[in-house]
Structure formats: C-alpha cells, structure tokens
Ligand binder design. Structure first.
Ligand SMILES: CC(C)(COP(=O)(O)OP(=O)(O)OC[C@H]1O[C@@H](n2cnc3c(N)ncnc32)[C@H](O)[C@@H]1OP(=O)(O)O)[C@@H](O)C(=O)NCCC(=O)NCCS
Length: 207
C-alpha cells in the first residue's frame, strides 16, 4: 500500500522525495493544518488531519515534522505504527551504525562508523556525523551541520544549518545550536547558543 507521511510542510516534501528515491511508494500524508487539506505534496494527497490517521489501522509511517517537539508529541500519540528508517541512496551510513525507528538520513549526509542514532532523528541534507557520535531520540541535525568524532547530542536538540561541533563535546537535551555556530565546549540542557565560538544567545522573543 505504501508509507504514510505525517506532516505536509517543507520537510515532508523532502521526505516524500527521499522515500521515492529509496524505492518506497508513498500512500498519503496527514497534517492538522486546515489549509493543507485536499492539497498535494509532489503529487501525493493530504488525506486528512492526524486525528483521522488514528481511525485507520496503524501501518508503516514517517513523522516528517522538522520541529523536534512535534515529532516527539506524535510519536507518543500514535501507538502501534511501524516507523521506518529512510536513507537516501546518495547518503552514506556505515554498516556499523545503529539507527533507531523513524530516523531519516537525507541526500548527501554521511554517518561514520559506530555512530548511534536514536528514534525519529533527522540527519538533514549534507550533514555529517563522525565516528562514535551519539544522537538521542528526536534530534535534528540541520543541513550541512558537522559533528566531529565522539560528539553526544542529547534528546530533542537542534544543531542548526552549517554549525560545527568539535570532537568529544556534548549538546544538552532540547538545546538549540544556532546556524553557523562553532561549538567548542559543552552546551547546557535547553540552552540556545550561537556564534564562533558558540556562546549563549539572548533571545529577543524572551525579552
Ligand atoms: C539561534 C536561533 C534559534 C535564535 O533564534 P531566536 O531565539 O529567535 O533569536 P533572535 O532572532 O531573537 O536573535 C537573538 C540574538 O541572537 C542573534 N542570533 C540569532 N541567531 C544567531 C546565530 N545563528 N548565530 C549568532 N547569533 C545569532 C541575533 O542577531 C540577536 O542578536 P542581537 O539582539 O544582538 O541582534 C536562530 O537564529 C537559528 O540560528 N536557528 C537555527 C535554524 C535552523 O538551522 N533550522 C533548521 C532548518 S532545517
């Protein structure tokens, strides 16, 4: 029948493309955004809200929200689904890498030996994960992010576009590393850091 995709935004578009490149058929998408109902993503129909997905028997699926908290929320709210691992044929994942359910590795990404990726991780376009790294559940490594060897990225953290993390450092749970940052020391749980070298940012929104 094909794989169901949860989310119908920009990241879902890339996931649909990646599923097809990896040889999967895509059955349809679910999204709670009313404006997306009855629309198509790369020719695949949006079938309804996520509440409607709960009315069908669980099948194979992918949570295709770029937002880490949304993937965590829907993973908890959709029991019984078989979350598939999707690896783009132009990505490299060493055979020794352990990959959790629902994780996606997009085009141009590289995951080196004995790295461990949790569940529902996104290794986005062109991101690199070097040897012995650990990425917890719901981590997002944004396009072009680079992790040196032995880096630990804890659950729910976002490493932003083009950020670099030096070997052996830890990124705390649910923290955010800003785009273009160079992380040279550990990042605290829930922190927002940015710059070269990365330092805590003061958000204008929180002010
Ligand atoms: C770090 C980030 C989350 C900050 O967002 P925010 O809390 O809304 O921050 P604000 O826009 O209010 O900016 C707060 C300050 O931080 C600075 N800042 C924001 N992002 C920064 C970054 N990436 N590097 C350095 N400084 C940054 C701003 O210039 C501002 O400084 P100022 O007050 O001196 O002018 C965001 O800018 C970012 O880089 N997100 C990553 C996005 C990404 O890669 N997504 C993946 C998509 S696939």
């Amino acid at each position: 029948m094909g794989v169901f995709v949860f989310g119908a935004g920009g990241h879902a578009k890339v996931v649909v493309s990646t599923l097809r490149a990896a040889g999967w058929a895509v059955a349809g998408l679910f999204d709670d955004d009313l404006q997306k109902q009855d629309s198509y993503v790369l020719g695949v129909p949006v079938l309804g809200s996520i509440a409607e997905a709960r009315r069908i028997p669980p099948e194979q699926g992918v949570l295709a929200f770029g937002d880490n908290r949304l993937r965590a929320k829907f993973a908890a709210e959709l029991p019984g689904w078989e979350w598939i691992v999707v690896v783009h044929p132009q990505a490299y994942v060493d055979p020794s890498v352990v990959v959790g359910p629902g994780t996606v590795v997009l085009a141009g990404a590289v995951v080196q030996p004995e790295a461990r990726l949790g569940a529902h991780v996104i290794v986005n376009t062109g991101a690199t994960v070097d040897h012995d790294c650990i990425a917890g559940d719901f981590v997002h490594l944004a396009p072009g992010a680079n992790l040196g060897g032995g880096v630990r990225v804890e659950e729910g953290a976002l490493v932003g576009i083009g950020a670099s993390v030096i070997p052996g450092t830890s990124i705390g749970p649910w923290s955010v590393v800003g785009a273009g940052a160079a992380v040279v020391r550990n990042v605290a749980p829930g922190a927002r850091v940015g710059g070269v070298p990365a330092r805590p940012l003061r958000s204008r929104r929180a002010a």
